[in-house]
Write a protein that binds this ligand. Structure first.
Ligand code: PEP
Ligand code: MG
Length: 323
């Protein structure tokens, strides 16, 4: 199967009825771009930049990566993708994803609801500005899309955009070269999915993080084995939020992708195509299998079927039904 799939590597992902689909890679370190290119990814849809900040004690690095170290890492990712776009998500640590060298509170009752991702960044503007400057500098070397995790409030959007402007101004004052970036927000909190107009007023594109969207919609800790059986990507409420986000972006002509596990799960490929999704970002190992689904799909025929899946009490049964 692997050997047969590998013949699809250089084949464009186009449905039977001619719809082009973008298959992107999720990466954790700049060197992962090698595997992404090999797998036939047409860009990076999610560079989880927090991995540059984690596990450093094991490497005997005593400090967090400074601007220069981050700039070189982001630049390496951009160069590794050989002209294809790279979406860099700003740091998503805190709570359950601890940073070495920085005390992480151990008394959280609900770490997933705590100081995580953009909340952490806004609580430490100096650290966030350092990361933003490094990303803007790397953007002088290729196409970078800047992606912000875990936004929910208009006030957070405003603060984030102000800090991005401030990072640019700091570079200008230093006379340092930097590039333009497209700005995107992750939709991974139900509150964000329910206030899309606010997000679309301020961002060029949205990326749906289904891993957290499922966790926060269903109130299921994604890391808790005891409730893992209730972690249901096909819950009608989850599918509704995903469907509405895709539809609203398409109405407004804004880019939208899915970068959570759902994007790399072949059981969901036809549904997402039927809901209008044309950009999927996943672990490189999934790209060929998802491409095979795309090549076999008739996107127009999937539209009414996808609507019927949305209306079902038990969408999983329809997704798993024989074709
Ligand atoms: C997600 O939440 O779906 C996502 C892509 O981000 P992460 O898994 O890194 O939280
Ligand atoms: Mg997430």
């Amino acid at each position: 199967e692997r050997g047969r799939l590998s013949r699809l590597r250089h084949k464009p992902a186009v449905t039977l009825d001619g719809e082009r689909v973008e298959l992107l890679a999720n990466i954790e370190m700049p060197e992962d771009t090698v595997g992404a290119v090999k797998a036939g990814a047409v860009g990076v849809g999610l560079f989880r930049s927090e991995f540059l900040f984690m596990g450093r004690e094991a490497q005997r690095l005593t400090r967090l990566p400074d601007e220069e170290e981050q700039y070189l890492a982001y630049r390496r990712a951009v160069e590794g993708m050989q002209g294809m776009p790279v979406t860099i998500r700003t740091i998503d640590v805190g709570a359950d994803k601890p940073l070495d060298g920085k005390a992480v509170r151990e008394d959280y009752l609900n770490p997933a609801l705590g100081l995580r991702a953009i909340r952490w960044s806004l609580a430490d503007p100096a650290m966030f500005l350092t990361q933003l400057r490094a990303i803007l500098r790397a953007a002088a070397h290729g196409e970078i899309h800047l992606l912000i995790p875990m936004l929910a409030h208009a006030s957070e959007i405003r603060q984030t955009l102000a800090l991005i402007d401030e990072a640019r101004a700091q570079l200008d004052r230093r006379g340092v070269v930097h590039g333009r970036v497209k700005l995107g927000a992750m939709i991974e909190i139900p509150a964000a999915a329910l206030t899309l107009k606010t997000f679309l007023r301020h961002f060029d594109f949205l990326s749906i993080g289904t891993n957290d969207l499922i966790q926060y919609t269903l109130a299921i800790d994604r890391a808790d084995e005891a409730v893992a059986h209730l972690y249901d990507p096909a819950h009608p409420a989850v599918l509704r939020l995903v469907a509405d986000t895709i539809a609203e972006c398409r109405r407004q002509g804004k880019g939208v992708s899915v970068c959570g596990e759902m994007a790399g799960d072949v059981a969901f490929t036809r549904l997402l195509l039927g809901l209008g999704l044309r950009s999927f970002s996943m672990h490189p190992s999934q790209i060929l299998a998802v491409k095979q689904e795309v090549l076999r799909a008739d996107a127009a025929k999937l539209v009414p079927w996808a609507q019927s899946v949305l209306e079902a009490d038990d969408p999983a049964a329809l997704l798993n039904a024989p074709r």
